[in-house]
Design a protein around this ligand. Structure first.
Ligand code: ZN
Length: 481
């Protein structure tokens, strides 16, 4: 009996937050001693986020002063006396009411979400949230919205949905250090099915495939088109630019022409990206032209540098040459060593793409599904799901994927796919957790159409291992959008 009694005490403690809390009742909303003890704990027994993990502001002026002191380098704040503030704040307040109705927030329910309007020259993030400080050990209950995003880009309903997405980044603690990396989980969507990611179990083999693939995609870009040859993007493009920076000035005319042609080819390739799925479709004659242009740069642009491809990648990443070399299989590294950096970077990209295709084939062999059926659940999807549920509680749609498709000018292709419940490409750019806007539109619609309720769980419930970092990965920026 004694043991049973102990178990019961434990159960009561675990369920102590059922009163909803935060409305002036006595004691905290959850009886776990870690709840409200002054330190943000991701592992309480509460069903709600620890109140210590979210900094709140009594007044807008307080939030504005905090933002200006800590984060104004992202975009300057606009005074709250701007008439836009009075238009947008009620949208946020009504959204917050709905958010509180569908999520148990404990002692945070009494707080107000503050709005800070910022003023970058053009749309950069539309809306975003930031951690309370550089330590990232707390979120802050404020949503930042860009003035340019308020001037005709979005309807009020769309804006509200976007702000609700941001709010989830805060109250889901996505912005707190380590949470984003440990939220991500991997699964496969067989055939044309689209299982909901929040419901999926993490598959360690698919995770391994993705992590291996991502190491190369961060270096050379995600494009899979074979006709691209070794045209470098991402980090290898930066390394190529670093090499070009060593050329004597003024450039000899043949080199200047070769570089102009190379830049024109890059512009043409990027202009040909299908925005619906971030894919490329080139032809064999494009490959010939790409090879000819790199050959011309190799032959016409002569630098006094003694660095090879590894040296330039080391230079732009701050890593040692040994670390850079170790990122490649030894046989590939041996081919690139000590040769002209233009050739080395080109061949690096060729090899990275070959290895990516091998990983994709391994995935297909393991799962019986093509690489395009790899799926992952991320904090971006969690924020979309949460926004869809909050908006549904308000009787509104505010489909975030469709709003973004408008911004990307693919609305005409995307909307019929979403409204017709058609299969939509997940997109090739798996490095970007925001990936394909139109797929997000279809997913958002499916979430709203589902009978499932909000399933936001406190970070303690996340048991996935953190995403393996690449040595080439940059530090995450101090914002999330
Ligand atoms: Zn987001």
């Amino acid at each position: 009996m004694r043991n049973v009694g102990l178990v019961l005490v434990c159960l009561v403690a675990a369920c102590g937050g059922d009163d909803g809390g935060g409305d002036g009742g006595d004691g905290p909303a959850c009886s776990d001693p870690k709840y409200g003890n002054g330190t943000c704990d991701l592992d309480t027994t509460c069903d709600m986020v620890d109140v210590d993990c979210v900094a709140t502001f009594e007044t807008q002026a307080e939030a504005q002063a905090w933002y200006e002191e800590t984060h104004a380098s992202i975009a300057p704040a606009l005074p709250a006396t701007d008439p836009l503030y009075d238009r947008i704040k009620p949208l946020l307040d009504e959204g917050w009411d709905a958010y509180r109705a569908v999520h148990d927030l404990g002692d945070l329910e009494a707080a107000e979400v503050q709005l800070v309007i910022v003023n970058p020259p053009q749309i950069q993030l539309a809306a975003f949230v930031v951690p309370f400080d550089a330590e990232r050990d707390r979120a802050a209950l404020a949503v930042m919205v860009e003035k340019v995003a308020l001037q005709g880009s979005f309807t009020d309903e769309e804006l509200r949905a976007i702000m609700m997405h941001e709010l989830e980044h805060t109250l889901g603690l996505h912005i707190v250090a380590g949470v984003r990396e440990s939220t991500i989980k991997f699964y496969v969507a067989p055939g044309t099915s689209e299982p909901f990611g929040y419901d999926a179990d993490d598959d360690p083999m698919i995770r391994e495939d993705y992590e291996d693939w991502r190491q190369f995609a961060l270096v050379t870009g995600h494009f899979s088109d074979a006709e691209l040859g070794g045209f470098p993007f991402a980090l290898l493009q930066q390394a190529l630019n670093a090499f070009l920076g060593t050329l004597p000035s003024p450039l000899p005319a043949p080199c200047a022409t070769a570089l102009q042609n190379l830049n024109a080819a890059r512009t043409a390739i990027l202009g040909a990206v299908n925005k619906l799925d971030s894919s490329l479709t080139l032809t064999p004659s494009d490959t010939e032209q790409i090879v000819a242009r790199f050959t011309a740069v190799r032959d016409q642009c002569v630098s006094a540098t003694t660095l090879d491809a590894f040296g330039f990648v080391a230079q732009v990443t701050g890593l040692s040459i040994a670390q850079v070399k170790a990122s490649l299989p030894a046989d590939v590294a041996a081919q690139l060593e000590g040769i002209n950096p233009v050739v080395g970077l080109y061949n690096w990209a060729v090899n990275a793409r070959r290895l990516m295709r091998e990983i994709e084939a391994r995935f297909a062999a393991r799962t019986g599904q093509p690489w395009s059926r790899l799926r992952y659940y991320s904090t971006e999807e969690a924020a979309d799901d949460s926004a869809a549920w909050t908006m549904k509680a308000l009787g509104e749609e505010g489909n975030i994927g469709i709003s973004l498709s408008k911004l990307e000018q693919i609305e005409a292709q995307c909307v019929p796919l979403v409204t017709g419940n058609q299969p939509i490409a997940y997109g090739e750019n798996l490095v970007d957790e925001h990936h394909a806007s139109c797929w997000r539109g279809g997913h958002y619609k499916a979430i709203q159409a589902s009978d499932d309720g909000p399933s936001r769980v406190a970070p303690r419930r996340r048991s996935s291992p953190p995403l393996r970092r690449s040595i080439f990965e940059k530090e995450a920026p101090l914002y999330m959008n």
